[in-house]
Design a binder for this molecule. Structure first.
Ligand code: NI
Length: 195
């Protein structure tokens, strides 16, 4: 089932999400809905708060990045197989910061260069609630950091300079009101009732 993605300005996007317990109801169904929703919107990652659910869960499929001609065969291969569910993750970051032009399904038509550290170490549970500890660099790390921020209640636009924030304020207000064209199902916090 495709779930509506909540837009910038929706309170759940600003809240720290909660860990789930092993008996979380209908987890398999929820994860399957997350995949369906993400693919329908052509995203490479989707976090539970983006569909209005305040739990520490996100899904990532970095396969589309593997088409980038500038990458080495080894990097492409790494991205192709990169499809994972992260539940109750804990993240540690290290290394130099590098910039990448990020976007977000909750903030359509806004893209900005965001600096993040290059290396991450993450502990998480997969869809079978099996625990993993892994280290990532490059684009896989980048996508995970963006999604992890979502479950911490942080959006990539929160990381912009005060000037940049001021420059895109009008755009963000329009997104919250639903005054944008978007080709996937969304819910806007400040939309007028008749929408
Ligand atoms: Ni996002």
């Amino acid at each position: 089932m495709i779930l509506p993605i909540v837009a910038y300005g929706t309170p759940v996007l600003k809240k720290e999400a909660k860990n789930i317990t092993q008996d979380y109801p209908e987890l398999d169904q929820f994860i399957s809905n997350m995949w369906e929703t993400m693919y329908e919107a052509n995203g490479v990652g989707l976090a539970a708060p983006q569909v209005g659910v305040g739990i520490r869960l996100f899904v990532v499929d970095a396969t589309p990045f593997a088409e980038d001609e500038e990458l080495s065969e080894q990097e492409k291969e790494q991205l192709r197989g990169f499809k994972k569910v992260f539940i109750n993750p804990e993240l540690e970051e290290s290394g130099e910061e590098w910039a990448f032009n990020e976007g977000c399904l909750s903030i359509p038509e806004v893209r900005e260069d965001i600096y993040r550290q290059e290396k991450i170490h993450i502990t998480y549970f997969d869809e079978n609630l099996k625990e993993h500890q892994e280290t990532f660099t490059g684009l896989p790390a980048r996508v995970i950091q963006h999604e992890y921020d979502h479950i911490e209640g942080i959006l990539f636009t929160d990381k912009l300079s005060p000037l940049k924030k001021r420059l895109i304020k009008g755009k963000l207000n329009n997104i919250a009101k639903g005054n944008i064209q978007v080709d996937y199902k969304m819910r806007f916090p400040l939309a007028s009732k008749k929408r």
